[in-house]
Design a protein around this ligand. Sequence first.
Ligand code: ACO
Length: 323
Amino acid sequence: KTRSIIRGVGGYLPEKIVTNAELAKTVDTSDEWIQERVGIKERHIAAEGEFTSDLAVAAAKKALEASGLTPDDIDLIIVATTTPDYTFPSVATLVQMKLGMHHGMAFDIQAVCSGFVYAVATADSYLKNGLGTRALVIGAETFSRLLDWTDRTTCVLFGDGAGAVIMERVELADDAPEQGVLATALRSDGHHWDKLYVDGGPSTTGTTGHVHMRGPEVFRHAVGKITDVVYATLEKTGYTVEDLDWFVPHQANKRIIEGAGAKLGLPPEKVVMTVALHANTSAASVPLALSAAVADGRIKQGDLVMLEAMGGGFTWGASLIRW
Ligand code: ACO
């Protein structure tokens, strides 16, 4: 059996922390409103001159260290991001350069908050098809740069950060314990594009634009779509919700995560939640949550882990991994 296993995980958060109380000094909001509606206490914000590729490289170095590998061992880099340093080249090629690599291939994936789950699925396919041996898969965002900091309905929700995993192709004997990515389901429906989008881009306005969101409509779609895609992923394997050791959802919002967990029938102690301290870091949120749960010893070898995300597009997806 050819499988893509996770060798190591790493996360990076910019130094600067902005609390709800600090935001309340500049927009008409309150710590109480933000915590009650979305469960966020604070977020990290990248410093001036600190770019998405810098966050990505910092997370990548930690994932490499955790794997006992060096950039020489990597031949595929995929970065999931909505906030690239430049319109082109890709952040992935900048990461390749900053890691001192000349070999291999590198490209970005744009699926907004679902980007990391899409990137894991893409790396899994590449590795299983012999297009690489070890992949560095990163979710990295400087989402703060897409925010209108006078719009209280969006600016309180997001933060910056990066997370990375190293995936490796292995051949498992038929009687070996299962390991690695077991199943994935990815979905999108572009008819929902204007429920959550940025009103700028090279081919429309020539500007970067700002995030616009119809929050209650996003909320309405989120729980159903998340649970559907989790069930679709489980169905491919024969496992059930009861078999899961950990649920690592996209960290958009405490109420969405709790709603999805309750609908799935998951005990809250199996749900990894980092949204309070990270806010919504878009494509970085799942690998950041993963790295937190691996670092503190919750996720360990042999655990059955469900990753899940949903975001602009809409895009959504899930990936079932035996750690
Ligand atoms: N502080 C204080 N008041 C606010 C704030 C704020 N930061 N933001 C909005 N309000 C006000 C609104 O102006 C409105 O006031 P009004 O009644 O006087 O008009 C009131 O709060 C209620 O606004 P709603 O938008 O109806 O509030 P709702 O209860 O739906 O909560 C929220 C808004 C938290 C955004 C909710 O819709 C939500 O969680 N949506 C999901 C959005 C999300 O998580 N997006 C992340 C990206 S998508 C993803 O990653 C899955």
